[in-house]
Ligand binder design. Structure first.
Ligand code: SF4
Length: 366
């Protein structure tokens, strides 16, 4: 179906005037702050708008500027991010803020290549920031607009597939107006979010239904094509509560592993079928030794938590453990950073959400 872009844009803008969502990171008057758009876009990559609102306010109140974010200790930034997941994005945002301070005097750059060279910023985020905050004619493609465009075009391939993805980007660019591209992009996101929903899109209320090939063919439940759901793999992990003189032993995940930068109770995968067999799992004890440089002996089970991380369904066993002290490791082995912390300190260091749940089980003699 040929789309009359002039009419398409007019309909989108008219709809947006009446239905735009009021979100805390959007324009104040005509202006949007690129820093606020950036923070919100990174947060929105991992969860819903509703969840992000609370996190966003806390985050920008504590770090109101790029300079404030760059100057903050990573632990504090991670602590405010805690619960949002995808912690790597938070670490990269902190690093990008430092780069903006060093290379651009703390002012968010407005050239596409400069923005794309910042850690953690891809084509979508750059397009969102430059169009919304600088009104540059840059296309965007995120979950809502991928679904919307795939349906408008009746795209019968996975949107992540190379040619299909290129087609979506071309379309996102072709429909952009010369002026008010940021407003137009926000309108498309809202239309995808409010009308062209994943299930049962409200085609009767859609301002661009006359241009929609999917609506014409009645294929709303088949487009966009989705990847078949992966079966989750079961896995058991054990985390150890090691106590000494009113403190507990914590490890910090290094770069390149799951939850890099976050703290946790010493934790690893175990093959033990029963909690009381963990101490006999040599592989587990070895992993913990290499991680902490200490000989730790698992004991009584305190808590069991079930949770999901990427493709794993994890059963997490939280056990008390006895510390038999430091063991000299070969020079080639670099244990994780460890520290002994009080309960009060535990409240302030950044943990994965399961670690935060386990904290409630910690009782320390003072
Ligand atoms: S007509 Fe329906 S399927 Fe097509 S874009 Fe609008 S809401 Fe989505």
């Amino acid at each position: 179906m040929d789309i009359n872009y002039v009419e398409f844009r007019r309909r989108i803008f008219t709809w947006y005037r009446q239905h735009s969502r009021s979100l805390p990171w959007r324009c104040i008057g005509d202006k949007a702050d690129p820093y606020r758009v950036w923070v919100s876009e990174i947060m929105l990559q991992q969860t819903t708008t509703k969840t992000v609102e609370g996190y966003f306010d806390r985050f920008v109140n504590r770090f109101p500027t790029i300079t404030a974010l760059a100057a903050a200790p990573l632990d504090e930034v991670n602590r405010l991010w805690e619960g949002l997941g995808y912690y790597r994005r938070c670490v990269q945002m902190h690093r990008a803020a430092q780069e903006i301070v060093n290379r651009f005097d703390g002012v968010f750059p407005n050239k596409i290549n400069d923005v794309l060279n910042l850690p953690g910023i891809g084509r979508y985020t750059a397009g969102a920031i430059l169009s919304i905050a600088f009104d540059q004619r840059q296309p965007i493609l995120e979950a809502n607009t991928i679904r919307l465009h795939a349906r408008l075009l009746a795209l019968k391939a996975l949107p992540t597939q190379k040619e299909a993805n290129a087609r979506l980007w071309d379309f996102a660019e072709a429909i952009l107006p010369k002026k008010n591209a940021g407003r137009f992009n926000q309108a498309l996101m809202d239309l995808g979010n409010l009308i062209c929903t994943p299930q049962q899109p409200q085609c009767r209320h859609c301002p661009v239904v006359r241009f929609c090939e999917t609506a014409r063919l009645g294929l709303q439940s088949e487009i966009p094509c989705l990847k078949a759901k992966e079966e989750k793999e079961n896995r058991t992990e054990a985390a150890l509560l090691v106590k000494k003189q009113g403190k507990v032993l914590m490890i910090r995940y290094p770069e390149g592993v799951r939850w890099a930068g976050l703290w946790d109770f010493p934790r690893a995968e175990t093959n033990a079928e029963q909690p009381n067999k963990i101490a006999a799992d040599q592989g587990f004890c070895e992993r913990l030794l290499l991680m902490t440089g200490r000989r730790l002996e698992p004991g009584t089970l305190l808590e069991t938590i079930k949770h999901t991380v990427t493709r794993f369904k994890i059963t997490l066993l939280f056990c008390e453990a006895v510390d038999h002290g430091k063991i000299a490791l070969p020079n080639t082995v670099k244990p994780y950073e460890t520290k002994w912390v009080t309960l009060a300190e535990l409240r302030h260091i950044p943990l994965h959400s399961t670690g935060r749940k386990l904290v409630q089980k910690v009782r320390l003699e003072t």
